[in-house]
Design a protein around this ligand. Structure first.
Ligand code: FES
Ligand code: FE
Length: 424
């Protein structure tokens, strides 16, 4: 099929057109973003009834709000009357969402509550308020993280995440009140295809000592150690985490003695709660991505989503998180540390952004676009591991997770419906 010509992970080959072509991008919006579970908000961002934020799922504008029932709702930010944008604020608190154009007014769950001049609809049989609410997505929550999905046939969030939940628990499952997203969210634009950063977070440790060489040497005076015998790629259903087992790695780049002290203090608790091997992942040199576009760095404590704005533009949303019960000084330390490293002005993010943008824009050349890309590192590195879940590969310098990401992408792009999407 066309899709298997684009992505042939068995030989570690990728077609460059998947990063550039309009028709492939249009199919991604249909078959990936309108079908998968997409992260929309953490509970801590919307603590009170009426709290809301606006975001996108693919290119569909959505409102995410805490309803009167206490639940998180997600629905299209586009009026059922003539389609006007209903809410213009990025974040806030409201009782209703009222459209500027003719005054239709919606509740916190997206249902149509009232219209202006209702008498004009008297005796009008096809004016059924119950059917004229804003189109709703399903919303499910995993340990505080709310995901939304526009496909009624998609598996539950729990099934969608599969055994990757075992890994997510490293950051989400604590007895410190869960995690909290520290107030504020940075939005920035990159002129790159959304898949370059997503695949970078899912598995690309390989670039770190090279791309970030000067930043790392300036920080530590030397490169961080990545030991193949003590590091892995692990993936489930295209979600992946590459990690070492050295406990303090990512956390060290924040350059904060308080953060290291906090993690050291918590180390015994981590081991009791998670078991030895996962406790080593808490602050280690690692990166991860939940398919398709939610990336995070444990220890460094940043979540980010890559929101597509066309095949060659991405809007990045970045948050800093921490255990809810951690002291305020520590939250400030994390915020400061992330700003210096993985914000638009951060040293690592500037290094990465330039690469992603050039990997995208150079495909303007028609001959360039016909060439394949190589994602073949570690083709024979799969191992059986008695503790780690999912598909496990030896060494974090690997491209196993990138292949799993593109395999999942190809599975979804090629499938008419969810029944044809294999569990991986
Ligand atoms: Fe919203 Fe008419 S477009 S009320
Ligand atoms: Fe990087």
């Amino acid at each position: 099929s066309k899709v298997s010509a684009w992505v042939s992970v068995g030989d570690g080959a990728l077609d460059r057109r998947i990063f550039w072509q309009e028709d492939i991008y249009a199919l991604e919006l249909e078959r990936i973003f309108a079908r998968c579970w997409i992260f929309v908000a953490h509970d801590s961002q919307l603590p009170e009834v009426g709290d809301f934020l606006t975001s996108t799922i693919g290119e569909d504008a959505v409102i995410v709000s805490r309803g009167e029932d206490g639940n998180i709702h997600t629905f299209l930010n586009s009026c059922s009357h003539r389609g006007n944008r209903v809410c213009f604020a990025e974040v806030g608190s409201a009782r209703r969402f009222t459209c500027n154009f003719h005054g239709w007014s919606y509740g916190l769950d997206g249902s149509l509550k009232s219209v202006s001049r209702p008498q004009s609809y008297d005796g009008n049989a096809n004016f059924d308020k119950a059917r004229l609410g804003l189109h709703r997505a399903r919303v499910e929550n995993y340990k505080g993280m709310n995901f939304a999905c526009f496909d009624p046939d998609a598996p539950s969030l729990e099934e969608y995440l599969g055994e990757f939940r075992w890994y997510l628990d490293v950051i989400l499952d604590n007895d410190e009140g869960g995690i909290e997203f520290i107030d504020g969210n940075i939005k920035s634009r990159l002129k790159c295809n959304w898949k370059f950063p997503a695949e970078n977070f899912v598995g690309d440790s390989y670039h770190a000592p090279w791309t970030h060489s000067s930043a790392l040497i300036a920080m530590f005076g030397k490169q961080p150690t990545m030991r193949p015998d003590r590091s892995y790629h692990a993936n489930v259903n295209g979600h992946g985490w590459e990690f070492g087992l050295d406990f303090i790695g990512n956390a060290a780049t924040l350059n904060s003695p308080q953060i290291i002290e906090y993690l050291r203090e918590q180390e015994v608790k981590f081991a009791e709660r998670l078991g030895k091997i996962r406790s080593r992942m808490v602050g280690a040199l690692s990166s991860a991505n939940v398919f398709p576009n939610l990336s995070f760095l444990a220890g460094h404590n940043t979540f980010r989503t890559w929101n597509p704005k066309g095949p060659s533009e991405t809007e990045l949303h970045t948050w800093v998180f921490l255990n809810a019960n951690a002291p305020q000084e520590l939250k400030d330390e994390y915020r400061r540390g992330v700003m210096l490293t993985f914000s638009p002005a951060g040293v690592f993010e500037m290094d990465d952004g330039e690469n992603f943008e050039n990997c995208t824009s150079v495909n303007a050349g028609v001959v360039t676009r016909r060439q394949k890309l190589h994602v073949g590192m570690g083709l024979n590195s799969k191992i059986d591991h008695n503790e780690l879940k999912g598909n496990v590969y030896q060494s974090q310098i690997n491209e196993a997770n990138q292949r799993a990401f593109y395999q999942r992408w190809a599975d979804l792009m090629g499938a008419e419906n969810w029944a044809d999407v294999p569990i991986r």
